[in-house]
Design a protein around this ligand. Structure first.
Ligand code: HEC
Ligand code: HEC
Length: 434
């Protein structure tokens, strides 16, 4: 086994925090200037604020939730399990292919996202139904496993049938810590890992998503979301305010009702379109940028170290790239020059037919997904009381997540399936230590 590299246990470098509790994802950068506490608390208040609650109800009539933390509970990726049952919130993105808009245009009646919450005057757009069908398989050593293949239906549909050829993409919330660091990885270092034509012949291509910056109108590198379709935290968050919570902002000033949603339009005409002031968008963004990555646990245990070597050997690290160094961050120097271990390349990979949603997103195809960071995932169960993985939460644990890998990751998955049980367990022990 190679010796551990220095700082292995500190995935966020000097920003790393030490917390293994329910609050592990909600801590401020370990090296944060004390002067920022006030801003942090203001941002957090916005993150947990119920925008539909009187007396200052702002949220539009068609939404998916009332607060950021209804979906990113404790800055993680779920609702509180005990309160709402076993299924996490699922967002459904909608689009209709067209030659004019790369990635497709919003569905004409329902818009770019299916809103499953309405008000007494404005009915919800409908309900997402998920059914799981068992899919059985075996490891090379004949140990059986059962995956669950999801089938989605949007029913009932509150505003009539979807336009012909509508494409949709189910997505569970991502965790929201460590993102200031991911935003600070120099673009050139990410692009250096791209190999769109697979010139090195390892079966893994990896390419950047190119998306439009709403601030400048220019094409820029996408980093956030399951398909890397948002270029910055500010834009990702402004979009969440608009689509999930029904609040416009200076970045997304258009009405959150589509032109064909008359009940929604007429409420807006009497009430006025709810608009989030620029200052509050900025504070929410700052809050997210200041959320730290928790330190690893048991990182030096022999089984974990062996699992780490297997992670390299089975090819996981080709996409889940272990290490980057952040560039200069002028307004939050605490994020600058950190050696970080996110286990992602932030690039798009073709993950095969089984994981495909068939819906392009900016330049991502219907079978491409961004490599998600693996840091902190070992604490997901502690924070969110359940371990649901992959873009639609179909995997109920690390093994299942790996077994769904296909496309560019198929060879890696097959190597995992050929491992002996003790080695598979060591690899999972490594993932749990992250
Ligand atoms: C209805 C559930 C829901 C609500 C409410 C919600 N989000 Fe999200 N969030 C998601 C989903 C789903 C994704 C993944 C989106 C994608 O793939 O396009 C996401 C992604 C993100 C990301 C990007 C994470 C990454 O790793 O790329 C950030 C940051 C984020 N949300 C912040 C917020 C903030 C701030 C709010 C409140 C203004 C909010 N979200 C409200 C569901 C939600
Ligand atoms: C070709 C690139 C590639 C390779 C190789 C690869 N992965 Fe992944 N991995 C991805 C992508 C892309 C996703 C997201 C897929 C999705 O959500 O549908 C993912 C998702 C995951 C997830 C779920 C993360 C989450 O946030 O839900 C885990 C865990 C994971 N990979 C572990 C591994 C392990 C362990 C290996 C090696 C056996 C591996 N991966 C090999 C690209 C890769």
């Amino acid at each position: 086994m190679p010796p551990p590299s220095p700082g292995e246990e500190l995935p966020g470098g000097a920003t790393t925090v030490f917390d293994t509790t329910l609050n592990a994802f909600g801590r401020a950068l370990g090296n944060m200037e004390p002067a920022r506490w006030r801003t942090l608390h203001e941002g957090k208040a916005l993150f947990v604020r119920d925008w539909s609650a009187p007396p200052h109800a702002l949220a539009g009539p068609l939404t998916n939730a009332q607060a950021c933390n209804s979906c990113h509970f404790k800055d993680g990726r779920d609702r509180p399990y005990d309160a709402l049952g076993p299924e996490a919130p699922l967002l459904i993105r909608l689009s209709v292919p067209t030659a004019e808009v790369p990635g497709g245009a919003p569905e004409p009646v329902y818009g770019g996202q299916f809103n499953d919450r309405g008000t007494p005057e404005v009915p919800a757009e409908g309900t997402v139904q998920v059914k799981y069908v068992p899919l059985k398989g075996r490891y090379a050593d004949t140990t059986p496993y059962t995956l669950r293949r999801p089938h989605y239906e949007l029913t009932p549909l509150g505003y009539g049938p979807l336009a012909p050829r509508t494409q949709w993409s189910p997505r569970i919330p991502s965790t929201v810590f460590g993102l200031g660091l991911l935003e600070a990885i120099p673009e050139a270092d990410l692009l250096a890992r791209a190999d769109p034509e697979d010139a090195d012949g390892d079966g893994i291509s990896g390419r950047p998503n190119r998306v439009t910056s709403v601030r400048t109108g220019q094409p820029v590198l996408g980093r956030f979301g399951w398909k890397a379709s948002q270029p910055s935290l500010e834009q990702q968050i402004a979009k969440a305010y608009a689509e999930d919570l029904g609040l416009t902002s200076p970045l997304y000033p258009e009405s959150t009702c589509t032109p064909k949603q008359e009940a929604c339009r007429s409420v807006m005409q009497t009430r006025g379109e709810p608009a989030l002031p620029a200052e509050l968008l900025e504070k929410t963004t700052l809050y997210i940028r200041l959320l730290a990555v928790p330190a690893r646990r048991d990182w030096s245990a022999p089984a974990v170290r062996r699992g780490q070597a297997l992670f390299q050997r089975t090819g996981c690290a080709s996409c889940h790239h272990p290490e980057f160094r952040t560039g200069e961050v002028a307004d939050i120097p605490e994020l600058s020059g950190q050696t970080i271990r996110p286990y992602t390349d932030l690039l798009l990979h073709d993950m095969g037919k089984e994981l495909a949603d068939g819906r392009p997103d900016a330049e991502a195809t219907g079978s491409e997904w961004r490599t998600p960071p693996l840091w902190g995932l070992g604490l997901l169960e502690t924070v969110n009381h359940q371990l649901r993985l992959l873009h639609d939460g179909r995997a109920r644990g690390f093994e299942e997540a790996i077994l769904w890998h296909g496309g560019e990751a198929e060879a890696s998955r097959e190597r995992f399936k050929r491992l002996e049980r003790a080695d598979r367990e060591a690899l999972v022990a490594f993932l749990r230590s992250l």
